[in-house]
Design a protein around this ligand. Structure first.
Ligand code: GP9
Ligand code: MN
Length: 437
């Protein structure tokens, strides 16, 4: 009911993290180009895979160059926070700074019903942005074609807009190189400034082996074929992005854009991690739940051509924190919105990362169920002091508050009552058929 929004409002006000003035608006007016790195984990950055002869191969040389570039603000301790909605949960988090649901995907359950105050609509209303998603799978997948309307995406280019053949696709749609190449014709028609997202698919389980021209990157040598193929498809994604960057530079779009990279969730599941251990300098037998938690780190990089003050930050955060961070870079304050994350550049950032199941991570602790791990020593605290217990209890309360606030907003569809100056999105104004004709 309407009054439920009052306690949400209270939480949001108290949790708001004010922007760092040295970052606020540094990308103002620039196009935003999100590059969704499918199933891409942070450990791939700077990783070198040994082939059968012991020769090392850099898996993602292009993304590695972006990671350390002087125009890039990179992060090393950002965790995905998705649940069973996987890719779509990551999208929920990034577009709204709200969590997905604890049971089932928000996109399919509420995406065609709820009222949202999502990034595309905010940027349209506050800064005149045009928005679009490019994705080489059917628009119905994850109910995107309905959900995007309510997020306020002006355009959605799904597989029906691409030349899709059996040679240029895998299970989840168009290969990444083709996605970027065939999207240019549509991108060129977009009014600037634009807010866009390219959702890649090729680096998706089961990481099939390439045949033909794309074959060649070595497979890993474990007993698990899923793990073995992961590096080659990640390498392919890396190459596809490099080609897209070449286009951005040639066309001149590059200088007017901020390119944002994020990993949506793990690519190697927890049950497979022990087999991955030896590739990470660890052993199967000593692999722990803490190691599993560390593997949930995903890339987050804001590449802003023209800046020379880029950095690699070890701040702890999650996908819920991306939208306030992004909006502040674009010079849009977030104080009046119902966003549950905190700007990662803010001095007020709490560095408390909630997983959807209530587990959480801070710079000091990793808390999984009742287990408390000490991050500094990577050990389980078998007899935590009362002080530590109290500290963890207080943190747990904050995590529960953030998650329950998200659930209250989503399951109660509370944003329909919001009176914060945001103009409600009318899904009937959006139609993703015959766009740009
Ligand atoms: C499908 C793609 C994959 O369109 O986004 O979704 P996932 O299986 O990773 O949730
Ligand atoms: Mn995914």
């Amino acid at each position: 009911k309407e009054s439920d929004l009052v306690s949400v409002q209270k939480y949001v006000n108290s949790h708001y993290a004010a922007p760092d003035q040295t970052k606020f608006g540094i990308a103002k007016g620039k196009n935003v180009i999100y590059i969704h790195l499918e199933s891409f984990q942070q450990f791939l950055i700077n990783y070198k895979l040994k082939d059968a002869n012991g020769v090392e191969h850099e898996v993602t040389p292009f993304l590695n160059s972006i990671f350390k570039d002087k125009s890039t603000f990179s992060f090393t301790n950002i965790y995905h926070q998705v649940s069973s909605g996987k890719t779509s949960d990551a999208e929920t988090l990034l577009e709204n700074s709200l969590f997905g649901l604890s049971q089932g995907p928000l996109f399919t359950q509420l995406g065609d019903k709820n009222t949202f105050q999502a990034a595309p609509a905010i940027l349209s209303q506050k800064a005149g942005y045009t928005s679009a998603v490019f994705h080489g799978n059917a628009g119905t997948f994850w109910n995107r074609n309905e959900t995007y309307k309510r997020f306020g995406f002006n355009y959605f280019f799904d597989s029906s807009y691409y030349n899709v053949t059996s040679d240029n696709t895998s299970q989840y749609g168009l290969h990444d190189k083709e996605l970027f190449k065939q999207s240019i014709q549509y991108l060129e028609h977009l009014q600037q400034p634009f807010y866009t997202k390219f959702i890649s698919v090729t680096n998706h389980y089961p990481y099939p082996e390439f045949k033909g021209a794309e074959a060649g990157f070595p497979l890993a040598q474990t007993s698990d074929s899923t793990i073995n193929g992961y590096f080659a498809t990640a390498n392919y994604l890396d190459k596809s992005i490099e080609e897209f960057f070449n286009y951005l530079k040639e066309s001149g779009l590059y200088q007017n854009s901020m390119i944002v990279f994020y990993g949506d969730h793990y690519g190697i599941s927890k049950t497979r991690n022990p087999d991955l251990a030896e590739l990470l300098g660890k052993t199967k037998d000593t692999w722990t739940d803490l190691d599993d938690a560390n593997m949930q780190k995903v890339p987050l990089m804001f590449h802003i051509p023209g800046r020379t003050d880029g950095s690699v930050s070890s701040v702890y955060g999650g996908q819920v924190d991306v939208l306030p961070t992004l909006l502040h870079l674009l010079g849009v304050d977030t104080k009046n919105y119902f966003q549950l994350g905190q700007d990662l550049f803010s001095k007020d950032n709490e560095q408390l990362v909630a997983f959807r199941n209530g587990d959480f991570i801070t710079p000091k602790y990793t808390v999984l169920g009742d287990s408390i791990f000490d991050n500094a020593t990577s050990t389980l605290m078998t007899t935590p002091s009362n002080e530590v217990k109290a500290e963890v209890k207080a943190l747990r309360k904050k995590v529960e508050k953030q998650l329950s606030t998200s659930d209250a907003l989503n399951t109660g569809d509370l944003l329909r009552y919001a009176d914060n100056g945001f103009k409600a999105v009318n899904p009937a104004n959006y139609n993703y058929k015959n766009q740009l004709e």
